[in-house]
Ligand binder design. Sequence first.
Ligand code: ADP
Ligand code: MN
Ligand code: MN
Ligand code: MN
Length: 337
Amino acid sequence: MSKIMAEYIWIDGHQPTQKLRSKTKIIDGPITDVTQVPKWGFDGSSTRQAEGNHSDCLLYPVYLIQDPIRGGENVLIMCEVFNPDGTPHESNRRAGLRHISEQYKTHEPLFGIEQEYTLFQGRSPLGWPDGGYPAPQGPFYCGVGSDEVFGRELVEEHLELCLEAGLGISGINAEVMPGQWEFQVGPLAPLEVSDEVWLARWLLYRIGEDYGVSATLHPKPVKGDWNGAGAHANFSTKTMREDGGLKFVKEACKKLGKKHKEHIAVYGAHNEERLTGLHETCSIDDYRYGVSDRGASVRIPMITASDGKGYLEDRRPAANMDPYVVCAKLIETVCEE
Ligand code: ADP
Ligand code: MN
Ligand code: MN
Ligand code: MN
Protein backbone atom coordinates (compact mmCIF):
# COMPACT_ATOMS: atom_id res chain seq x y z
CA MET A 1 0.00 0.00 0.00
CA SER A 2 1.18 3.51 -0.77
CA LYS A 3 -0.13 7.01 -0.23
CA ILE A 4 -1.61 8.70 -3.29
CA MET A 5 -3.06 12.13 -4.06
CA ALA A 6 -6.74 12.08 -4.93
CA GLU A 7 -8.12 15.28 -6.41
CA TYR A 8 -11.82 15.47 -5.54
CA ILE A 9 -13.62 17.51 -8.20
CA TRP A 10 -17.17 18.85 -7.85
CA ILE A 11 -19.54 21.45 -9.24
CA ASP A 12 -20.48 24.39 -7.05
CA GLY A 13 -23.67 26.41 -6.54
CA HIS A 14 -22.66 29.45 -8.58
CA GLN A 15 -25.47 30.99 -10.66
CA PRO A 16 -26.33 31.31 -13.48
CA THR A 17 -23.38 29.09 -14.43
CA GLN A 18 -21.97 26.54 -12.02
CA LYS A 19 -18.21 26.34 -11.63
CA LEU A 20 -15.69 23.62 -10.94
CA ARG A 21 -14.02 23.22 -7.55
CA SER A 22 -11.47 20.71 -6.32
CA LYS A 23 -9.25 19.81 -3.39
CA THR A 24 -6.74 17.13 -2.57
CA LYS A 25 -6.98 14.24 -0.14
CA ILE A 26 -4.14 11.85 0.62
CA ILE A 27 -5.53 8.33 0.60
CA ASP A 28 -4.25 4.77 0.51
CA GLY A 29 -3.57 3.57 -3.02
CA PRO A 30 -3.49 2.16 -5.51
CA ILE A 31 -7.13 2.76 -6.43
CA THR A 32 -8.64 0.76 -9.28
CA ASP A 33 -12.34 1.42 -8.77
CA VAL A 34 -14.28 4.49 -7.71
CA THR A 35 -16.02 2.49 -4.95
CA GLN A 36 -12.65 2.29 -3.14
CA VAL A 37 -12.49 6.09 -2.79
CA PRO A 38 -13.72 7.41 0.57
CA LYS A 39 -16.52 9.95 0.78
CA TRP A 40 -15.47 13.41 1.84
CA GLY A 41 -16.94 16.83 2.63
CA PHE A 42 -16.38 20.55 2.19
CA ASP A 43 -17.51 23.94 3.42
CA GLY A 44 -20.59 24.69 1.33
CA SER A 45 -20.79 28.28 2.59
CA SER A 46 -17.75 29.08 0.44
CA THR A 47 -19.23 27.60 -2.73
CA ARG A 48 -22.79 28.99 -2.56
CA GLN A 49 -24.05 25.57 -1.49
CA ALA A 50 -24.86 26.23 2.17
CA GLU A 51 -25.44 28.86 4.86
CA GLY A 52 -22.62 29.50 7.31
CA ASN A 53 -24.39 27.85 10.24
CA HIS A 54 -25.03 24.51 8.46
CA SER A 55 -22.17 24.54 6.07
CA ASP A 56 -21.20 20.88 5.60
CA CYS A 57 -21.78 19.34 2.18
CA LEU A 58 -20.78 15.81 1.27
CA LEU A 59 -18.74 14.58 -1.69
CA TYR A 60 -19.69 11.17 -3.10
CA PRO A 61 -17.07 9.87 -5.56
CA VAL A 62 -18.73 8.80 -8.82
CA TYR A 63 -16.14 8.71 -11.62
CA LEU A 64 -12.46 7.90 -11.48
CA ILE A 65 -9.62 8.67 -13.89
CA GLN A 66 -5.84 8.68 -13.63
CA ASP A 67 -4.35 12.09 -12.84
CA PRO A 68 -2.19 12.83 -15.89
CA ILE A 69 -0.74 15.98 -14.32
CA ARG A 70 0.55 14.52 -11.07
CA GLY A 71 1.13 11.18 -12.77
CA GLY A 72 2.03 7.99 -10.88
CA GLU A 73 -0.86 6.32 -9.08
CA ASN A 74 -2.57 9.65 -8.39
CA VAL A 75 -6.20 10.07 -9.42
CA LEU A 76 -8.87 12.60 -10.33
CA ILE A 77 -12.30 11.91 -8.91
CA MET A 78 -15.54 13.42 -10.14
CA CYS A 79 -17.98 13.75 -7.24
CA GLU A 80 -21.66 14.38 -6.66
CA VAL A 81 -22.62 16.81 -3.89
CA PHE A 82 -24.99 15.52 -1.20
CA ASN A 83 -26.69 17.04 1.83
CA PRO A 84 -25.80 15.74 5.30
CA ASP A 85 -29.13 13.83 5.33
CA GLY A 86 -28.04 11.78 2.31
CA THR A 87 -30.24 13.47 -0.31
CA PRO A 88 -28.68 14.98 -3.46
CA HIS A 89 -27.87 18.68 -3.05
CA GLU A 90 -30.06 20.96 -5.20
CA SER A 91 -26.95 21.97 -7.17
CA ASN A 92 -26.32 18.30 -8.03
CA ARG A 93 -27.61 18.00 -11.59
CA ARG A 94 -25.93 14.65 -12.16
CA ALA A 95 -28.44 13.02 -9.84
CA GLY A 96 -31.20 14.00 -12.28
CA LEU A 97 -29.35 12.51 -15.23
CA ARG A 98 -28.79 9.28 -13.26
CA HIS A 99 -32.55 8.85 -12.97
CA ILE A 100 -33.30 9.76 -16.59
CA SER A 101 -30.61 7.51 -18.02
CA GLU A 102 -31.82 4.61 -15.88
CA GLN A 103 -35.42 5.22 -16.94
CA TYR A 104 -34.59 5.27 -20.66
CA LYS A 105 -31.63 2.88 -20.74
CA THR A 106 -33.29 0.51 -23.23
CA HIS A 107 -33.00 3.32 -25.81
CA GLU A 108 -29.19 3.10 -25.43
CA PRO A 109 -28.59 6.85 -25.90
CA LEU A 110 -25.14 8.00 -27.02
CA PHE A 111 -23.71 11.50 -27.05
CA GLY A 112 -20.74 13.24 -28.64
CA ILE A 113 -20.17 16.73 -27.22
CA GLU A 114 -18.20 19.38 -29.12
CA GLN A 115 -16.76 21.69 -26.50
CA GLU A 116 -15.75 25.07 -27.88
CA TYR A 117 -13.76 27.47 -25.69
CA THR A 118 -11.78 30.68 -25.93
CA LEU A 119 -8.30 31.22 -24.53
CA PHE A 120 -7.65 34.55 -22.84
CA GLN A 121 -4.49 36.24 -21.72
CA GLY A 122 -5.36 39.18 -19.53
CA ARG A 123 -8.37 40.93 -21.04
CA SER A 124 -7.86 39.86 -24.65
CA PRO A 125 -8.27 36.56 -26.45
CA LEU A 126 -4.91 34.86 -26.86
CA GLY A 127 -2.96 36.23 -29.82
CA TRP A 128 -5.08 39.36 -30.21
CA PRO A 129 -3.26 42.70 -30.29
CA ASP A 130 -3.54 44.53 -26.94
CA GLY A 131 -6.83 46.44 -26.88
CA GLY A 132 -7.27 45.86 -30.64
CA TYR A 133 -8.58 43.33 -33.11
CA PRO A 134 -6.97 40.80 -35.42
CA ALA A 135 -7.85 40.49 -39.11
CA PRO A 136 -11.51 39.57 -39.75
CA GLN A 137 -12.58 35.94 -39.42
CA GLY A 138 -11.98 33.64 -42.35
CA PRO A 139 -8.54 32.06 -42.27
CA PHE A 140 -8.47 30.84 -38.68
CA TYR A 141 -10.79 27.79 -38.59
CA CYS A 142 -8.57 24.69 -38.72
CA GLY A 143 -5.71 27.03 -39.64
CA VAL A 144 -1.99 26.50 -39.40
CA GLY A 145 0.81 28.99 -38.88
CA SER A 146 1.82 31.40 -36.15
CA ASP A 147 -0.24 34.20 -37.72
CA GLU A 148 -3.36 32.00 -37.86
CA VAL A 149 -3.62 30.01 -34.64
CA PHE A 150 -2.80 30.90 -31.08
CA GLY A 151 -2.28 28.56 -28.15
CA ARG A 152 -1.53 25.32 -29.95
CA GLU A 153 1.08 24.25 -27.39
CA LEU A 154 -1.48 24.41 -24.59
CA VAL A 155 -4.16 22.77 -26.73
CA GLU A 156 -1.88 19.88 -27.69
CA GLU A 157 -0.85 19.36 -24.09
CA HIS A 158 -4.50 19.31 -23.04
CA LEU A 159 -5.23 16.65 -25.68
CA GLU A 160 -2.34 14.50 -24.46
CA LEU A 161 -3.46 14.85 -20.85
CA CYS A 162 -7.00 13.76 -21.78
CA LEU A 163 -5.66 10.72 -23.61
CA GLU A 164 -3.32 9.78 -20.76
CA ALA A 165 -6.22 10.05 -18.34
CA GLY A 166 -8.20 7.66 -20.52
CA LEU A 167 -10.92 10.13 -21.48
CA GLY A 168 -12.93 9.39 -24.62
CA ILE A 169 -11.74 12.54 -26.36
CA SER A 170 -12.26 12.13 -30.10
CA GLY A 171 -10.63 15.18 -31.68
CA ILE A 172 -9.62 18.85 -31.55
CA ASN A 173 -9.69 21.78 -33.96
CA ALA A 174 -8.93 25.49 -34.12
CA GLU A 175 -12.15 27.49 -34.37
CA VAL A 176 -13.42 30.37 -36.49
CA MET A 177 -12.45 33.16 -34.07
CA PRO A 178 -8.70 33.38 -33.40
CA GLY A 179 -7.89 32.09 -29.91
CA GLN A 180 -10.97 29.85 -30.00
CA TRP A 181 -10.64 26.05 -30.03
CA GLU A 182 -12.74 22.93 -29.73
CA PHE A 183 -12.39 19.42 -28.37
CA GLN A 184 -14.88 16.61 -28.80
CA VAL A 185 -15.77 13.89 -26.30
CA GLY A 186 -17.67 10.78 -27.31
CA PRO A 187 -19.69 9.10 -28.51
CA LEU A 188 -20.37 7.76 -25.03
CA ALA A 189 -23.29 6.98 -22.73
CA PRO A 190 -24.90 10.02 -21.03
CA LEU A 191 -23.26 9.87 -17.59
CA GLU A 192 -19.87 8.99 -19.02
CA VAL A 193 -19.84 11.73 -21.62
CA SER A 194 -20.97 14.32 -19.07
CA ASP A 195 -18.45 13.32 -16.41
CA GLU A 196 -15.72 13.32 -19.03
CA VAL A 197 -16.65 16.74 -20.44
CA TRP A 198 -16.48 18.18 -16.92
CA LEU A 199 -13.14 16.44 -16.27
CA ALA A 200 -11.74 17.62 -19.61
CA ARG A 201 -12.81 21.17 -18.69
CA TRP A 202 -11.04 20.80 -15.35
CA LEU A 203 -7.86 19.66 -17.09
CA LEU A 204 -8.10 22.60 -19.48
CA TYR A 205 -8.37 25.16 -16.68
CA ARG A 206 -5.67 23.41 -14.70
CA ILE A 207 -3.14 23.29 -17.53
CA GLY A 208 -3.99 26.90 -18.37
CA GLU A 209 -2.51 27.81 -14.96
CA ASP A 210 0.91 26.62 -16.15
CA TYR A 211 0.70 28.84 -19.24
CA GLY A 212 -0.80 31.91 -17.55
CA VAL A 213 -3.74 31.49 -19.94
CA SER A 214 -7.37 31.11 -18.93
CA ALA A 215 -10.05 29.31 -20.90
CA THR A 216 -13.56 30.74 -20.88
CA LEU A 217 -16.76 28.98 -21.88
CA HIS A 218 -18.68 32.23 -22.31
CA PRO A 219 -20.95 31.79 -25.36
CA LYS A 220 -20.06 35.24 -26.73
CA PRO A 221 -16.64 36.15 -25.37
CA VAL A 222 -16.17 39.03 -27.84
CA LYS A 223 -19.16 41.14 -28.90
CA GLY A 224 -19.67 42.03 -32.54
CA ASP A 225 -18.79 40.21 -35.73
CA TRP A 226 -17.04 37.31 -34.06
CA ASN A 227 -18.24 33.74 -33.67
CA GLY A 228 -19.62 32.69 -30.33
CA ALA A 229 -18.75 29.46 -28.56
CA GLY A 230 -21.13 26.53 -28.45
CA ALA A 231 -21.26 22.95 -27.28
CA HIS A 232 -23.03 21.07 -30.06
CA ALA A 233 -24.66 17.93 -28.68
CA ASN A 234 -24.57 15.00 -31.09
CA PHE A 235 -27.18 12.49 -30.05
CA SER A 236 -28.44 9.09 -31.12
CA THR A 237 -30.53 6.25 -29.81
CA LYS A 238 -30.35 2.56 -30.72
CA THR A 239 -33.13 2.82 -33.31
CA MET A 240 -31.50 5.86 -34.96
CA ARG A 241 -28.27 3.91 -35.41
CA GLU A 242 -29.93 0.86 -36.96
CA ASP A 243 -30.86 0.46 -40.65
CA GLY A 244 -33.76 2.76 -41.48
CA GLY A 245 -32.88 4.90 -38.45
CA LEU A 246 -33.15 8.16 -40.40
CA LYS A 247 -36.90 8.03 -39.83
CA PHE A 248 -36.30 8.10 -36.06
CA VAL A 249 -33.75 10.89 -36.43
CA LYS A 250 -36.38 13.00 -38.19
CA GLU A 251 -39.03 12.13 -35.61
CA ALA A 252 -36.63 13.26 -32.90
CA CYS A 253 -36.03 16.56 -34.75
CA LYS A 254 -39.79 17.18 -34.81
CA LYS A 255 -40.18 16.37 -31.10
CA LEU A 256 -37.35 18.77 -30.29
CA GLY A 257 -39.15 21.54 -32.17
CA LYS A 258 -42.21 21.18 -29.93
CA LYS A 259 -40.09 21.85 -26.83
CA HIS A 260 -37.73 24.47 -28.26
CA LYS A 261 -38.25 27.00 -25.47
CA GLU A 262 -37.85 24.40 -22.71
CA HIS A 263 -34.57 23.32 -24.25
CA ILE A 264 -33.24 26.84 -24.73
CA ALA A 265 -34.02 27.53 -21.05
CA VAL A 266 -31.44 24.92 -19.97
CA TYR A 267 -28.86 25.28 -22.74
CA GLY A 268 -26.60 27.79 -20.96
CA ALA A 269 -26.67 31.41 -19.74
CA HIS A 270 -26.15 34.33 -22.15
CA ASN A 271 -26.91 32.05 -25.10
CA GLU A 272 -29.12 34.80 -26.59
CA GLU A 273 -25.93 36.74 -27.32
CA ARG A 274 -24.72 33.82 -29.42
CA LEU A 275 -27.87 32.50 -31.13
CA THR A 276 -28.46 35.54 -33.30
CA GLY A 277 -29.05 33.83 -36.63
CA LEU A 278 -25.59 34.92 -37.76
CA HIS A 279 -22.25 33.14 -37.37
CA GLU A 280 -23.48 29.61 -38.17
CA THR A 281 -26.36 29.74 -35.71
CA CYS A 282 -30.14 29.80 -35.90
CA SER A 283 -31.93 32.63 -34.08
CA ILE A 284 -32.87 31.76 -30.49
CA ASP A 285 -36.53 32.52 -31.34
CA ASP A 286 -36.73 30.08 -34.25
CA TYR A 287 -36.52 26.33 -34.49
CA ARG A 288 -35.50 24.64 -37.69
CA TYR A 289 -33.85 21.35 -38.63
CA GLY A 290 -32.26 20.28 -41.86
CA VAL A 291 -29.75 18.04 -43.56
CA SER A 292 -26.25 19.46 -43.56
CA ASP A 293 -27.61 22.88 -42.49
CA ARG A 294 -25.27 24.73 -40.15
CA GLY A 295 -27.73 27.60 -39.92
CA ALA A 296 -30.34 25.27 -38.42
CA SER A 297 -31.06 24.64 -34.74
CA VAL A 298 -30.62 20.93 -35.30
CA ARG A 299 -28.55 19.52 -38.14
CA ILE A 300 -28.88 16.06 -39.63
CA PRO A 301 -25.31 15.31 -40.71
CA MET A 302 -24.84 14.52 -44.41
CA ILE A 303 -23.48 11.10 -43.53
CA THR A 304 -26.64 10.27 -41.57
CA ALA A 305 -28.84 11.30 -44.49
CA SER A 306 -26.80 9.29 -46.99
CA ASP A 307 -26.44 6.20 -44.76
CA GLY A 308 -30.12 6.36 -43.81
CA LYS A 309 -29.11 6.04 -40.14
CA GLY A 310 -26.93 7.76 -37.55
CA TYR A 311 -27.42 10.75 -35.27
CA LEU A 312 -28.54 14.35 -35.01
CA GLU A 313 -26.58 17.42 -33.97
CA ASP A 314 -28.29 19.86 -31.62
CA ARG A 315 -26.38 23.08 -32.36
CA ARG A 316 -28.18 25.18 -29.75
CA PRO A 317 -26.32 24.44 -26.48
CA ALA A 318 -23.88 27.16 -25.42
CA ALA A 319 -20.27 26.37 -24.54
CA ASN A 320 -21.08 26.95 -20.85
CA MET A 321 -23.94 24.43 -20.79
CA ASP A 322 -24.08 21.68 -18.18
CA PRO A 323 -23.86 18.33 -20.01
CA TYR A 324 -25.77 16.61 -17.18
CA VAL A 325 -28.71 18.90 -17.86
CA VAL A 326 -28.50 18.93 -21.66
CA CYS A 327 -28.22 15.14 -21.98
CA ALA A 328 -31.13 14.62 -19.58
CA LYS A 329 -33.30 17.07 -21.52
CA LEU A 330 -32.52 15.50 -24.89
CA ILE A 331 -33.24 11.97 -23.65
CA GLU A 332 -36.51 13.04 -22.03
CA THR A 333 -37.82 14.90 -25.06
CA VAL A 334 -36.78 12.35 -27.65
CA CYS A 335 -37.35 9.07 -25.80
CA GLU A 336 -40.63 9.94 -24.07
CA GLU A 337 -43.52 7.99 -25.63
P1 ADP B 1 -18.82 19.02 -36.68
O1 ADP B 1 -18.80 18.65 -38.13
O2 ADP B 1 -20.18 19.48 -36.25
O3 ADP B 1 -17.73 19.96 -36.30
P2 ADP B 1 -17.41 17.07 -34.97
O4 ADP B 1 -16.59 16.12 -35.76
O5 ADP B 1 -16.71 18.16 -34.27
O6 ADP B 1 -18.60 17.62 -35.92
O7 ADP B 1 -18.22 16.29 -33.85
C1 ADP B 1 -19.07 15.22 -34.15
C2 ADP B 1 -19.34 14.45 -32.90
O8 ADP B 1 -20.37 13.49 -33.15
C3 ADP B 1 -18.16 13.67 -32.36
O9 ADP B 1 -17.98 14.01 -30.99
C4 ADP B 1 -18.60 12.22 -32.47
O10 ADP B 1 -18.10 11.45 -31.43
C5 ADP B 1 -20.10 12.35 -32.38
N1 ADP B 1 -20.84 11.20 -32.92
C6 ADP B 1 -20.53 10.42 -33.98
N2 ADP B 1 -21.43 9.44 -34.13
C7 ADP B 1 -22.36 9.59 -33.15
C8 ADP B 1 -23.54 8.89 -32.77
N3 ADP B 1 -23.99 7.81 -33.44
N4 ADP B 1 -24.23 9.33 -31.69
C9 ADP B 1 -23.82 10.42 -31.01
N5 ADP B 1 -22.71 11.11 -31.32
C10 ADP B 1 -21.99 10.71 -32.38
MN1 MN C 1 -16.92 20.29 -34.40
MN1 MN D 1 -17.08 23.99 -33.71
MN1 MN E 1 -20.78 20.75 -34.70
